[in-house]
Write a protein that binds this ligand. Structure first.
Ligand code: 5GP
Length: 216
């Protein structure tokens, strides 16, 4: 991973943050990701590729790159994914080149991926990765939120509920676990985590030069 991403308050260079947000569907992760991108100009979204059908309201290239199975397999064979996984009978993957480009442009990257993706990314990029898991306040509340969405059939909602329990069981693969009982409070927590992680000493690659100048 490139070690550039400037603009800390002193103009030090630092390593880019690979910021992962995971949660069961309906826990409010997309809202939080949207708000974060709106308020953080130094953060850009990684747009995944998926073989699942496009939903009403989604835009190809913005929400996902919607591809067929053959194209997905070709991308896997070409090593075009940083990570990929089977989720709900479909395949999802993080294209590698855009992530490299975002980091090289000096920005941090936001990933909306599941625990399998978080695990793989951590294997590849270790300390550059920050993994945040968002929990619903209760499974009943999650069911209500999923039903309100109305884009999914009852069968899909039930399948998502089943999967949510298994997702939640992976909470210990994350650096931070937040409960989204109040979206503003949860969002404030996520922003604080990003701000603190940007300031982590291990990311401040320009620090040694500065210290030398101080102590000269
Ligand atoms: P949805 O179909 O509701 O958009 O997403 C289903 C799940 O797939 C979510 O948990 C989402 O985080 C996960 N997901 C989306 N893109 C990727 C990806 O590129 N890699 C992995 N591992 N999971 C992904």
């Amino acid at each position: 991973m490139p070690d550039i991403a400037p603009t800390d308050p002193h103009g030090f260079k630092r390593r880019g943050v690979l910021f992962v947000l995971s949660s069961p569907s309906g826990a409010g992760k997309s809202t939080i990701a949207r708000k974060l991108l709106a308020e953080e100009p130094e953060l850009e979204m990684s747009v995944s590729a998926t073989t699942r059908p496009i939903r009403p309201g989604e835009v190809d290239g913005r929400d996902y790159h919607f591809v067929d199975l053959e194209r997905f397999r070709t991308m896997v064979a070409d090593n075009a994914f940083l990570e990929w996984a089977h989720v709900f009978d479909h395949r999802y993957g993080t294209p590698r080149a855009p992530v490299d480009a975002i980091l090289a442009s000096g920005k941090d990257v936001l990933f909306d991926i599941d625990w399998q993706g978080a695990q793989q990314l951590y294997q590849i990029a270790g300390g550059d990765v920050v993994r945040v898991f968002i929990l619903p306040p209760s499974m009943a509340e999650l069911h209500t939120r999923l039903s309100r969405r109305a884009t999914d059939s009852t069968a899909v909602i039930e399948a998502r509920m089943g999967r949510a329990s298994s997702e939640v069981s992976h909470w210990d693969g994350y650096d931070y676990v937040l409960v989204n009982d109040d979206v503003e409070r949860c969002f404030a927590g996520v922003k604080t985590i990003l701000a603190a992680e940007r300031l982590r000493r291990s990311r401040q690659t320009g620090l040694i030069g500065f210290i030398r100048g101080l102590t000269r």
